[in-house]
Write a protein that binds this ligand. Structure first.
Ligand code: V47
Ligand code: SF4
Length: 397
């Protein structure tokens, strides 16, 4: 209830700038803000103001409920035919000695490792290589589904899909239907970067365009399936490129309703070809979460990916529009540790995630990938033996 009181106080404040007051009134009246107003927020609005608006929207949508999940990642390879300038993770094929290329059996072995753990999702994403084609991924998804039907497969981005469908000479609709039938559960948000060609061509040349990224998600949504969306921010883009990016997502969401969550990804500058570009401040991270919450009125969830921004910033973000902090991860992803994120071995036990959320006065809800409630931990007391274990998921259900 505090959130509405804070909004009313802000609106009544005699010193509030006229344009910012008009945006605050729109938020109060549940009205959508325009492209220009989005840019204005980036240019003019202070963190405190943005926090009040975003927190109000978050509370209206979710109350005190804050989501996390129990998941692990598989990164099939860190070799890639592309050469995105911001990517610290990938090695070009000519640097093959520095990379890994998992076989089907190796990937399945990673899935089997979690057979006795209460994970609900496997997130599969990595580099793009010719041997990982339509036949390979269809077989992988089918085998995972056959082995553990209830494990949700969230896999690959339009970057991979565009590449493998083109190679197989099939259109997006046919390709996505094949993946759906093979057992794909949803598409993660990666590969979006910044859609506008002015920026995309400088940082992610050659891979799928913004339009193609959106078209693949659209085909997927037409099957009644869900996906996420990201935005890589805080590098060479201008504020209006960020608003343009969110505008395109908002438009597609109006059309299909298939997106679940928006995940702003902070550019990290270690060991990549953009290391000379400074990282933005934590203030900018929080402003960005808040503006995303305000702009994307038709997205249910805004996620802070804790492995990328650290646990402390993830906690802070919960006061700036965020209602989801992703999952246990169990030290299975290298994308961010290789780019200089604080978490060099990202893993949180269920108890650590629950405590992180409870410590800022919110209600921890374990969700599955589609946001069905798995467990409400609000009044849950962990047994003594379920103390945090960094690399092992405690079985508590
Ligand atoms: O597309 C790569 C980004 C993405 C860097 O859907 C970088 O639930 C910052 O999409 N600095 C992949 N970002 C990760 C991703 C994701 C993560 C968590 C949850 C979900 C979800 C999706 O990582 C890439 C790219 O935008 N990335 N390098 C870097 N140096
Ligand atoms: Fe390859 Fe993805 Fe890295 Fe780009 S971001 S180089 S597509 S792994």
């Amino acid at each position: 209830m505090e959130a509405i009181e804070n909004l009313l106080l802000l609106i009544d404040s005699p010193n509030l700038d006229k344009e910012l007051k008009s945006i605050a009134l729109k938020v109060q009246n549940n009205e959508r803000i325009s492209f220009d107003e989005g840019v204005l927020l980036y240019e003019k609005a202070e963190l405190g103001y943005l926090g009040v608006l975003a927190n109000y929207i978050r509370e209206k949508k979710h109350g005190e409920r804050t989501f996390f999940n129990r998941n692990f990642h598989i990164e099939p390879t860190n070799l890639c035919v592309y050469d995105c300038k911001f990517c610290s993770y990938s090695r070009l094929i000519k640097q093959r000695s520095e990379g890994w290329e998992y076989t089907m059996d190796e990937m399945l072995a990673l899935v089997f490792k979690y057979d006795n753990e209460p994970v609900t999702e496997v997130h599969i994403v990595g580099g793009v290589l010719p041997q990982y084609d339509v036949a390979f991924y269809s077989e992988l998804f089918s085998k995972i589904r056959e082995h553990r039907p209830e494990l949700h497969i969230k896999a690959l981005t339009p970057v991979e899909y565009h590449y493998i469908f083109k190679k197989a000479k099939i259109d997006y609709a046919t390709g996505m239907k094949l993946m759906f039938d093979a057992g794909l559960g949803s598409i993660p948000g990666g590969g979006a970067e910044i859609f506008h060609p002015e920026i995309r061509e400088q940082i992610a040349k050659d891979k799928c365009t913004g339009e193609q990224w959106l078209a693949i998600h659209e085909e997927w949504h037409k099957l009644g399936a869900r996906s996420n969306a990201t935005m890589l921010y805080g590098h060479i883009e201008k504020y209006w490129h960020r608003v343009d990016h969110m505008e395109q997502l908002r438009k597609l969401q109006d059309k299909t309703g298939g997106f679940q969550t928006f995940i702003p990804l902070k550019f990290r500058n270690q060991d990549n070809q953009m290391s000379h570009v400074p990282e933005v401040s934590v203030i900018e991270d929080l402003r960005n979460y808040a503006i995303a919450r305000i702009y994307l009125d038709n997205f249910d969830h805004i996620k802070a990916y804790w492995a990328m921004i650290s646990r402390n910033t993830a906690q802070l973000s919960l006061n700036f529009g965020v209602d989801d902090i992703d999952g246990t991860l169990d030290d299975t992803t290298k994308i961010y540790s290789m780019a200089g994120a604080e978490e060099q071995h990202p893993a949180m036990s269920t108890k650590e995630l629950v405590d992180l959320i409870k410590h800022v006065g919110r209600q921890p809800i374990e969700r599955d990938t589609l946001y069905n409630v798995v467990t409400d931990y609000t009044n849950f007391e962990f047994p003594e033996e379920a103390k945090p274990q960094f690399y092992k998921l405690p079985v508590i259900n």
